[in-house]
Design a protein around this ligand. Structure first.
Ligand code: EPU
Length: 417
């Protein structure tokens, strides 16, 4: 049986790194994944005047004391969705913030109205003009009451960051409950913040005047773990996935078990044993603790191999089925009707040249390619490198025949030129 080690969680790491702006002190962050979104987050801090020192590939020392407000460069901000945490962080520390519109995967419209509503509840005036967001709280950030219209990870995290040093108490209702929200709150609390209720839908933040640095280890990446679980099942292998929090994987384990796959939970590992015959299932993606949208494309590959017709309903994003056209090149029979994909089980996919249209779609293409007969070439892998730490090396380590052909990563390429 092969074994794979899961890295720190991308979506927690980027939030923790950028939130260190409000800490205004020296922090040591451990268990960071070695991915381009982390590199970009660290570069954003550096460009704002922070001292950033890599101690080893997964540990970084950051000192944000000398950061200046309003200085995050647009060419970095536009590369990554999570860069909008700079706005919450600058607002929380300086009472004013300005940054370009963030980038990230294309799932149709990605509004930020809930972030804006949250900042306004903290006493800020927010303007969006010419692709630039500006927030100003003339009398400093004040505690406030916010009821989000929908569960938003980004808005919840951004408002927590903006509110930790506010005057008075902030209450967020209908908050996102994802493990990365909890991880961010744990980090900020370790730095002296007073946040309670993270992981529930009501979060309370008692503003503190000053914070202090700490040493903090990021939680394991549940989406990376789920990706390896699905890869094992799709290739009918048995794989031990180490350094996970099995509770975070429950919605995925439950669906895989419903398909007939064996999932054994240990203290900090899961063992997945693939089976020859996969049962069809229906899946609906939802905010945590529901089935994660970030595992939807990978799971779709598994549904292509099941007996019978499955349905996959996307409950979070308007348009997260762009990868279906790529899977169809590999023989998949999938019909998309609005937010539902109807997936006909065809047993096995066949190889074809495909594209990684976004991060998780790219992971799905890798799983599809590993399960298919023949050689598959996947283009635009910079999307995958944004969020998966050495996915090629990790898969090779457990017997996969995969290699990276040396094409320049656009981010690294731009840096070098
Ligand atoms: N939404 C609004 N208004 C807002 C913000 C969000 O209507 O102001 C809507 C969105 O359009 C969407 C839903 O709320 O329909 C959820 O969006 P959310 O804000 O939770 O997403 P996000 O914070 O932009 C994070 C992850 C995504 C993941 C989603 C949902 C990060 C950096 N990104 O995005 O991760 O899909 O939560 O869980 O944390 C990925 O890792 O591949 C990825 C895309």
């Amino acid at each position: 049986m092969g074994a794979v080690e899961i890295s720190g969680m991308k979506n927690a790491a980027v939030a923790v790194i950028l939130s260190s702006i409000v800490v205004e002190d020296r922090c040591v962050l451990e268990n960071l994944p070695n991915i381009s979104d982390v590199t970009i987050s660290l570069d954003i801090l550096r460009s704002m005047g922070a001292e950033v020192r890599r101690i080893n590939p997964t540990t970084v020392e950051i000192n944000t004391r000398s950061i200046m407000g309003g200085s995050a460069p647009y060419e970095l901000v536009r590369k990554m969705r999570a860069s909008y945490y700079v706005i919450g962080a600058e607002l929380g520390r300086f009472g004013r913030a300005s940054a370009g519109f963030p980038g990230g995967c294309d799932f149709g419209v990605r509004p930020i109205d809930q972030h804006i509503k949250g900042f306004e509840a903290l006493g800020a005036t927010v303007t969006v003009d010419n692709g630039c967001i500006e927030a100003k709280a003339e009398n400093g950030v004040q505690g406030g009451q916010i009821y989000f219209d929908n569960s938003s990870v980004g808005a919840t995290i951004n408002v927590i960051i903006a509110a930790v040093r506010a005057k008075g108490m902030t209450v967020i209702e209908n908050a996102a409950r994802e493990p990365h929200v909890v991880d961010l709150a744990n980090f900020l609390n370790a730095c002296g913040a007073k946040i309670s209720g993270a992981g529930t839908d009501v979060i309370k933040i008692k503003g503190v005047e000053k914070m202090h640095g700490c040493t903090y280890a990021i939680i394991p990446d549940m989406i990376e773990a789920a990706t390896f679980m699905i890869a094992a099942a799709a290739t009918r292998g048995t794989l031990r996935i180490n350094n996970v929090i099995p509770k975070h994987l429950e919605s995925i384990s439950a669906k895989m078990e419903e398909m007939g796959i064996r999932v054994e939970e240990l203290d900090d590992a899961v063992i997945v044993s693939g089976v020859d015959t996969l049962t069809r299932v229906n899946i609906r993606t939802l905010p945590y603790p529901g089935f994660p949208t970030d595992v939807q494309p990978q799971m779709c590959v598994l549904l292509c191999m099941a007996n019978g017709v499955s349905t996959l309903y996307e409950g979070v994003w308007d348009n997260r089925f762009r990868y279906v056209e790529e899977l169809k090149r590999m023989g998949a029979k999938i019909k998309v009707d609005g937010r539902t994909a109807i997936v006909e089980g065809i047993g096995a996919l066949s190889s074809a040249p495909v594209r990684a249209v976004d991060l998780r779609a790219g992971a799905a293409m890798i799983i599809a390619a590993l399960s298919a007969k023949g050689k598959t070439e996947i283009e635009e892998i910079h999307h995958i490198e944004r969020g998966y730490d050495d996915i090629v090396g990790k898969l090779r380590g457990v017997g996969a025949d995969i290699r990276k052909i040396n094409l320049p990563d656009p981010y690294m390429y731009e840096k070098a030129n």
